[in-house]
Design a protein around this ligand. Sequence first.
Ligand code: IPM
Ligand code: MG
Length: 355
Amino acid sequence: MKKNIVVLPGDGIGPEIVDGALTILDKTAAKYGHKFYYDMIEVGGCSIDKYGVPITSENMEKCRNADSVLLGAVGGPKWDTVDPLLRPEKALLAIRRELGLFANLRPTRLFTQLGGASPLKDSITSAGIDLVIVRELTGGIYFGEHKTCEVPEKTATDIMTYSEHEIERIGRVAFEAAMKRRKKLTSVDKANVLDTSKLWREIMHRLAAEYPEVEYSDLYVDNAAMQLIRDPGRFDVIVTENMFGDILSDEASMLTGSIGMMPSASLSGGTCGMYEPIHGSAPDIAGKDIANPLGTILSAAMMLKYSFGLDEEAQAIETAVDQVLSDGFRTADIVSDDTIQVGCREMCRRVTEAL
Ligand code: IPM
Ligand code: MG
């Protein structure tokens, strides 16, 4: 199989973790007889520095034409003061919008070897944590109108909108995901307050009738935030709107031991997707070879599975990660007394070797 992958290393630790993930993709390609071609382009702060915008229209076009997109991370304090319309994060939102990537899958799995790194520690986590957050990614308050008026008093407004079709299509992705897993779906909303949530719930209930095999339930977002800590093992698939999903997925990532462990896939109806770890650019540790590349490596595995249909290859990468953790190797964010600390490069080398 030959595939063209547009690679966006981005800012901060982005280049180091993406570099590492590419060595793993190369090893996978060599082992299974594939060829991956990489087109490296700037996005975020590095694009602002070079071109004055977080992503150029030519580079956006490259993303549109790619078989798939792999992203590191964008942003950093250096660009905190740029025009808000040109912030590094705008590139990310623009790619999501332009490529129609409405479905964001954030699998949250605790590798058993990392129980001690999870703030819940081994006692609670031994029951296992294996859930996936399906976050709506191109609607809601992040894509509504944002404005600030100066008179009569400085007032800011962000508008949250959801239409029926936007809710229905993400709902279907979630029900289908549940059907392939343990057939449990929790829809998270704030239907006791928000109209968008009332509509969300109405449509989810309509879909639930089409999927009688799925054990469906609703949770308010505040309660969901609590249950994720109290009893994470109860969740299989969680579906929720954009902002709630952003917040809950960072919370859930802590259950896996470190935000550095958590991959994501952003999908449209087609096969092209964007794959990225859910963490940010961590400028404080950039260039020090201490970042955790596993979230990016697992994102590359998701790319093989969801965009290219290479399930066996994806599984091989996951198994290699599992092996390296079993061998006791850890980056600084997940290290413990009885394990061996390694840098980003060494971690990637170990995973490549285990493949
Ligand atoms: C994420 C990030 C982004 C988001 C930011 C960088 C715009 O937090 O992917 O979770 O909020 O979607
Ligand atoms: Mg986030």
